[in-house]
Write a protein that binds this ligand. Structure first.
Ligand SMILES: C[S@@+](CC[C@H](N)C(=O)[O-])C[C@H]1O[C@@H](n2cnc3c(N)ncnc32)[C@H](O)[C@@H]1O
Length: 334
């Protein structure tokens, strides 16, 4: 299922079988767009263009999560490295360009002769960033994995065995419902030994305006990112969405503690998805839900840990307390 490409003597990329990707995309789009309340899964944002747009979002003045998490890692990477001196392997899920992770990698390499870094992402973006990292650090070995999370983790633990830290940064956990987060954290706990640690970035609840602006930047990059999923469907499923007939919309749902992102149809329309032999109708004002981004507090994080078989061991935040990085270990009594 995984094919290995050797990029250089310290960098290999393991790619999940392509057919599997295509089938799941077709099925998921079909299920989402034919259900009563239409939706698309956020994991499909990240084609090449989507990954580039996400990098741009991180640099907008409104999108504070990247800056806040970087601030935490800037200050705490050495401490995290020292506290985990027994570990020489970092696995990162949804690593993207690994920009923030480089801070941790640098600290780890100060104290170790060698470090194995395993970025796992559905996007090809990891190839170039991993190549750059191996050029920057002569004692870094990278085994990149291009896959969805679950299959990727299963492959990684079957192939690489060493005391490890697992990273899940960027508040990607917020894209899951609470039930999915528990399922996801349980899946990770299953692959952890007693000495392993899991570090997750959680975006914290804050003032509505700060939250909503972060998902509706004034340069319109988030809007472009959201709309790009329709261009991807047009291209890959031979569909005819008229992109200009949709509007990006994001709103903070306080009761459920989450930002909800939608694509709003600006007119009545028919869309033909030729590759999957499906025709859909949209009414003016109808919404396609594209992403949730949950916002947390310490109590919510603790509950997730308790229900996942993990112990919440460290809580780090930035100065403004916008974002937190949390460490977990296995709960032996679960
Ligand atoms: C919000 S970005 C975060 C990137 C980076 N960790 C950061 O903090 O800036 C989410 C990343 O996860 C990847 N991703 C999303 N869903 C995924 C899935 N189901 N399996 C594997 N990777 C996924 C995307 O390609 C993207 O690079």
């Amino acid at each position: 299922m995984f094919k290995e490409e050797e990029i250089n003597d310290r960098l290999s990329i393991f790619r999940n079988d392509k057919i599997h990707f295509i089938n799941s995309f077709e099925e998921d789009v079909k299920t989402g767009l034919t259900s009563e309340k239409k939706y698309l899964l956020p994991k499909y944002f990240y084609d090449e263009k989507g990954s580039e747009l996400f990098e741009k979002i991180c640099k907008t003045k409104e999108y504070y999560p990247t800056r806040s998490e970087t601030e935490i890692l800037d200050i705490l990477s050495d401490t995290i490295s020292e506290r985990n001196i027994d570990k020489n392997m970092i696995i990162e899920l949804g690593s993207g360009t690994s920009v923030k992770t480089e801070l941790l990698i640098r600290s780890f390499l100060k104290e170790r002769e060698e470090l194995v870094y395993i970025p796992l992402d559905v996007s090809n973006i990891i190839i170039e960033s991993s190549r750059q990292l191996t050029e920057n650090y002569s004692n870094l070995i990278i085994n990149g994995v291009i896959s969805f999370y679950e299959e990727g983790m299963e492959f990684i633990v079957s192939r690489f065995n060493s005391p490890k830290i697992i990273l899940f940064l960027g508040s990607s956990i917020g894209n899951f419902t609470p039930g999915e987060s528990i399922e996801f954290m349980r899946m990770l706990a299953k692959y952890m030994n007693e000495t392993d640690r899991l570090l997750i970035g959680f975006d914290l609840v804050k003032e509505r305006k700060i939250l909503e602006d972060a998902y509706n930047d004034s340069d319109g990059i988030t809007a472009e990112f959201n709309l790009n999923i329709l261009s991807r469907i047009n291209r890959e499923l031979n569909a005819d969405f008229k992109i200009e007939n949709f509007k990006h919309k994001s709103v903070f749902n306080e009761e459920d503690s989450r930002i909800e992102m939608y694509l709003e149809s600006l007119s009545d329309m028919n869309v033909d998805l030729k590759s999957i032999d499906e025709k859909i109708k949209l009414k003016k004002g109808e919404l396609i839900h594209t992403e949730n981004s949950y916002k947390f507090n310490k109590k919510m994080i603790n509950e997730l840990a308790e229900r996942s078989g993990l112990v919440f061991s460290d809580y780090y935040t930035d100065e403004k307390e916008y974002f937190s990085l949390c460490a977990f270990r296995l709960n032996r009594n679960f």
